[in-house]
Design a protein around this ligand. Structure first.
Ligand code: PLP
Length: 391
């Protein structure tokens, strides 16, 4: 055996987080994480769980009883949604040419579902007519939709219309609200979605690890009436409901500190007011969008589908996307991200989420980005001057 490793105390570098997540965490959330642990069945902790449920219902805009936090990141809430709602042999309608739809499809297949692919073009939202056509042609029991596409910066409109089509055929709808909850309008009850899930580290600005999920009574009835048990014991919502519901039966040791953090982050959202919070994201990200457009850069999303929490900006010809990202990190301690999948090398992904969605951050980002572009031989000022003279 070697000697004990000599590793110093953790001192992470100072970063401004403007990528697709995690976003920056409010000092009050960090303070909440610094408070003493309680046992996961201590009555005082059970009260914390009740408060988290109440705050989550407010944030999701729902009265769903089964609203809780899954232990794990957003993908665990995604897998809990799919793994519980989909039974072997059921048809699951998804777009399979987008990053998150592909992940949902992989999970649906592992749950024994038969994936039906929507023909949605890459870089487009799902069209209601496509969903209608799919129902006319195939046996579909569950539909999965990503409300806020972190890969393209496109917001899925017409959520309620898609739900109406699915419900007309007695199917169920799962909505991925990972990059929208707490930053962009999410209306679970108004849309009528059966299951919605999210993550803590995006517009809620809590650390990753406790992921919101809300399940309608109708969906819970389907889950409780399953012929086969869900393949995952850890993510079995009927068992989790026994811990989060009245029985308070031990299921697993909850990530206490992470739930404290989520509670404080949700409290901040409630104090701000959910509508005011959506408006702040719109305004602050609007300045970011106007700033990059003034440099002659183009947004990936058309204005009517723009997602304030995730600004996908097209990389201009002749500019090395990776060099810009590295310069921002090395010279400014500022994080943004590259494109994924088919959009790799084509876009930058600039988050404007939660506590990171502040004017100060946007001004810093725009100045740093202009510098990085100049280093790449692109003149952001000339573009701005040309844009001004066009007006
Ligand atoms: N869904 C969407 C839309 C996401 O953007 C992400 C992560 O970025 C996930 C799901 C997965 O969440 P996590 O990385 O927290 O597991």
């Amino acid at each position: 055996m070697d000697d004990a490793p000599d590793i110093g105390e953790l001192t992470p570098p100072d970063r401004t987080l403007m990528g697709p997540g995690p976003s920056e965490v409010h000092p009050r959330v960090l303070r909440a994480m610094n408070t003493p642990l309680l046992g996961h069945l201590d009555p005082a902790y059970l009260e914390v769980m009740d408060e988290v449920q109440e705050l989550l219902r407010y944030t999701f805009r729902t009265d769903n009883e089964w609203t809780l936090a899954v232990s794990g990141t957003g993908s665990s809430a995604m897998e809990a949604s799919i793994g519980n709602l989909v039974e072997p042999g059921e048809g699951v309608l998804l777009r399979t040419n987008g990053y998150w739809g592909d992940r949902m499809a992989a999970m649906a297949e592992r749950a024994g579902g038969d994936v039906v692919s929507l023909p949605t073009a890459a870089n487009e939202p799902i069209d209601v007519a496509e969903v209608e056509r799919a129902f006319a042609e195939e046996e579909i029991d569950v539909v999965g939709i990503c409300h806020a596409a972190t890969t393209t910066g496109i917001r899925q409109p017409a959520m309620a219309d898609i739900v109406d089509v699915a419900h007309d055929h007695d199917a169920y709808v799962i909505a991925d609200c990972v990059t929208s909850l707490g930053g962009v309008p999410v209306h679970v009850d108004e849309w009528g979605v059966d299951v919605a899930y999210s993550a803590a580290q995006k517009c809620l600005s809590a650390p990753p690890g406790a992921s919101p999920i809300t399940v309608s009574d109708r969906a819970m009835e389907k889950i409780r009436g399953r012929e086969t048990e869900p393949r995952s014991w850890y993510l079995d919502l009927s068992l989790l409901a026994q811990y989060w519901g009245e029985e308070r039966a031990y299921h697993h040791t909850a990530p206490i500190t992470t739930v404290y953090a989520l509670r404080e982050a949700l409290r901040l959202a409630a104090e701000e007011g959910i509508e005011a919070r959506w408006e702040r994201h719109r305004e602050v990200a609007g300045e970011l969008k106007a700033g990059v457009e003034a440099m002659g850069l183009e947004m990936n999303a058309p204005d009517d589908l723009w997602l304030p929490s995730l600004n996908a900006v097209r990389v201009p010809d002749g500019v090395d996307d990776g060099a810009v990202i590295s310069h921002l990190l090395e010279a400014y301690g500022l994080e943004i991200a590259s494109g994924l999948g088919g959009l790799s090398g084509e876009i930058w992904r600039i988050g404007c989420m939660g506590y990171s969605a502040r004017r100060k951050n946007v001004e810093y980002l725009l100045a740093a980005l202009a510098d990085a572009l100049r280093k790449e031989g692109y003149d952001p000022d000339g573009q701005a001057a040309a844009a001004a003279s066009d007006d």
